[in-house]
Design a protein. Structure first.
Lengths: 435, 106
C-alpha cells in the first residue's frame, strides 16, 4: 500500500470484486448515517455526494476485508470515523455550510392538535357555508385560530405538523417534477394564482352581501380592487410561512363553496328561461285563485244545497287538491280527506299545532240556470246585504231550506261567506252541515 | 504541531499536484496523498476537496465502468486547473522559502 498509486489501484481493484458483496450492508448503513448528517444539503448535491461516498466506502471495505470473525462486514467506522465526523470533514473541505444546529425534536402532540383543529375548522366551514356563509366564518375561524396557537411558536414551516406521519405520507404522494404525473401536478400548481384571484372576487362578493346589501356588480368590482391583491398577497405569504394556512385553508373552503354555488346558480343556456319556471319554484303547490290560496272547495247543487263527498278533477282527470298553507312543522298525522268539502287546517295558537276545522255552514248564491254565470251577483241584491255578515247562525236555515225553496233562497252576496267564517281558533258555533 | 492544521492550507495544492501526474478516482487520490507522506489526510477531506475543485471548474470528471467492483469516477485536471496549480505552486514556493528563512534563522 505504500507503493505508488498505480500499484495501489491494482491491489484494491482485485480485492473489491471479492469483498464488496459482504461489505454492502455495512456500506449502506454508513451511507444512511451520512445522508442524515447531510440532510440539509440540496437533494441533487446530496445524491452525488452519496454516490461518491458509496464508491469510496466500497473501496475501503474491500481494503479492510472481512471482520475478525470472517463473516461480519468490515468496521468502517473504526477506519473512517462516524458518519457524522465524515460529514463534518466533507463539509469543511468541500466548502459547504456547517451542519445547522440540531433541530429540537418535533412535538407531535402539538402538531396533531393543530392539524386536527385545522381539519375541524375546515369541515365546519364547509358544512356551514352551504347554509350561512357569514356564520361559517364566525364559527370556523375561531376553531382555526386555536389550532394556530399550537404552531405559532415553531417556525414558518410548522415542523411539528410536518413531522406527522399523515402529512409526510401526503407530501411523499405528490409526484416529483421528473416523475410520471409530475408535469400534471406542476401544471396544476402553476394555476394557483388564478385561484387566488377567484377567491378574491368571491371574498369581495361576500363582503358586499354582508355589509352592503345586493347593490349590483359595481360595489363588488370596486371592492375586488382591494380584495384580489390581498388574496394574492395572502397566497404568497402562506407559501413562505405555512402558519398562515390555519387562516387560509378554512377561508379557501368557504370561497370554494361560494364559488361553486355561484357557478351552479348561473342561468344555463339550455334551460327554459320562461317565467313559468320561476313560478313553479316560488309559488306553493296547490290551488290558488287570483293569488289567494284556495283551502277548501264547497260544492253546491243547482238549488243551493251544499253537497258532500264530492270528488273534483281537472280537465285532464287529475285530482284537484286545495292548498294546505298551515305549517306547524309536523306533517299531518292523518291524511286529508279526499272528498270535498274537507275542512281546512288552521293554526291553533293555544297548542301551536294545525288542527282540522270542519267546513262551516255557508250560504251562497247559486246562479239560475238560465242566467249567465257572470251575473251571479245579480241574485244578491234580492237579499238584504245586512243579513249577509251575520254569523253562522244566520246561515243555518240555508242548508235545510235549500232543497225546498226556489232557486233564490235566503242568499247573500258571494263576498259574504268569507266573513261568515268564525275565528280560526274558535270551533264552529253551529252544528256541522249535513253530510 | 498538529499536521492537520497545516494540511488545511495546502490540501488543494496537494490534490491538484496528484492529479497533474495522472487522472485518478477519489480513493486513488487519497492513497496517493498517503503514499506521498501526508498520513493525516482524512478520506472525507480529500473527497470534499475533489468536490470543491470540481465545482470550481478546475477538474473534469468521467466515469469508468469496471467489470468487477464499483464504477469509478475519474477526475482530471483541465486548463483552468493547471493554471491554478501553477499559481498555487508559486505561492507555496514563496511561502516555503519565507518559512525556511524564518525557521532557519532561529
Amino acid at each position: 500500500m505504500n507503493a505508488g498509486s498505480d500499484a495501489g489501484t491494482n491491489t484494491v481493484g482485485s480485492g473489491g470484486s471479492t469483498t464488496a458483496a459482504y461489505g454492502e450492508p455495512a456500506v449502506e448503513r454508513y451511507l444512511a448515517g451520512l445522508r442524515a448528517a447531510l440532510a440539509d444539503l440540496p437533494p441533487g448535491e446530496l445524491a452525488e455526494i452519496v454516490d461518491d461516498a458509496r464508491e469510496h466506502l466500497r473501496e475501503v471495505a474491500a481494503e479492510l476485508g472481512p471482520g475478525p470473525d470472517g463473516a461480519q462486514p468490515a468496521d468502517l467506522e473504526a477506519r473512517l470515523g462516524t458518519p457524522a465526523a465524515y460529514a463534518a470533514d466533507l463539509r469543511a473541505a468541500a466548502g459547504y455550510a456547517p451542519a445547522p444546529a440540531v433541530a429540537p425534536p418535533p412535538r407531535r402532540i402539538r402538531g396533531g392538535v393543530a392539524l386536527g383543529l385545522l381539519v375541524l375548522a375546515t369541515v365546519v366551514v364547509l358544512l356551514a357555508a352551504v347554509a350561512v356563509p357569514e356564520a361559517a366564518v364566525l364559527v370556523g375561524l375561531p376553531v382555526a385560530l386555536v389550532g394556530f396557537l399550537f404552531v405559532v411558536r415553531r417556525g414558518p414551516r410548522v415542523p411539528d405538523v410536518a413531522a406527522l406521519a399523515p402529512v409526510r405520507a401526503l407530501r411523499a404522494a405528490v409526484p416529483r417534477p421528473d416523475a410520471p404525473g409530475g408535469r400534471i401536478v406542476g401544471f396544476l400548481a402553476s394555476l394557483q394564482p388564478a385561484w387566488w384571484v377567484l377567491r378574491g372576487l368571491v371574498g369581495a362578493q361576500l363582503l358586499v352581501s354582508v355589509f352592503g346589501g345586493g347593490g349590483g356588480v359595481a360595489p363588488v368590482l370596486l371592492l375586488a380592487l382591494v380584495a384580489v391583491p390581498v388574496s394574492v398577497w395572502l397566497g404568497h405569504l402562506s407559501r413562505r410561512d405555512r402558519r398562515w394556512l390555519w387562516a387560509v385553508v378554512p377561508l379557501n373552503a368557504l370561497a370554494a363553496v361560494l364559488a361553486t354555488s355561484a357557478l351552479t346558480a348561473l342561468p344555463r343556456p339550455d334551460a327554459d328561461p320562461s317565467p313559468a319556471d320561476v313560478d313553479a319554484q316560488t309559488y306553493p303547490t296547490g290551488l290558488v285563485q287570483d293569488g289567494i290560496p284556495v283551502r277548501d272547495l264547497r260544492p253546491f247543487d243547482a238549488n243551493g244545497a251544499p253537497l258532500t263527498g264530492v270528488h273534483l278533477f281537472d280537465q285532464d282527470g287529475r285530482r284537484i287538491v286545495t292548498l294546505d298553507d298551515c305549517d306547524d312543522g309536523v306533517p299531518p298525522t292523518t291524511p286529508p280527506a279526499v272528498a270535498y268539502p274537507r275542512g281546512t287546517r288552521v293554526y291553533d295558537d293555544a297548542t301551536g299545532r294545525c288542527v282540522v276545522q270542519p267546513p262551516v255552514p255557508l250560504v251562497v248564491t247559486v246562479p239560475t240556470s238560465g242566467a249567465p254565470s257572470s251575473t251571479a251577483p245579480s241574485g244578491g241584491p234580492t237579499a238584504a246585504p245586512s243579513d249577509g255578515p251575520g254569523p253562522g247562525t244566520a246561515a243555518t236555515p240555508a242548508p235545510s231550506a235549500g232543497p225546498t225553496a226556489g232557486p233564490p233562497p235566503t242568499t247573500v252576496p258571494p263576498t259574504a261567506p268569507t266573513t261568515t267564517a268564525p275565528p280560526a281558533t274558535a270551533p264552529p258555533v253551529t252544528a256541522p252541515p249535513p253530510g | 504541531m498538529d499536521t492537520s492544521q497545516l494540511l488545511k492550507g495546502v490540501l488543494d495544492l496537494a490534490v491538484l499536484a496528484v492529479l497533474a501526474k495522472a487522472d485518478g478516482y477519489g480513493y486513488e487520490v487519497v492513497r496517493a496523498l498517503r503514499a506521498a507522506g501526508l498520513q493525516d489526510v482524512g478520506d472525507a477531506s480529500a473527497y470534499g476537496t475533489l468536490r470543491r475543485l470540481y465545482g470550481a471548474g478546475l477538474l473534469t470528471s468521467y466515469v469508468v465502468p469496471s467489470e468487477e467492483g464499483p464504477h469509478r469516477k475519474y477526475y482530471s485536471l483541465n486548463d483552468l486547473g493547471r493554471a491554478r496549480l501553477a499559481e498555487a505552486t508559486a505561492q507555496w514556493r514563496a511561502f516555503a522559502t519565507t518559512m525556511d528563512g524564518l525557521v532557519g534563522a532561529v
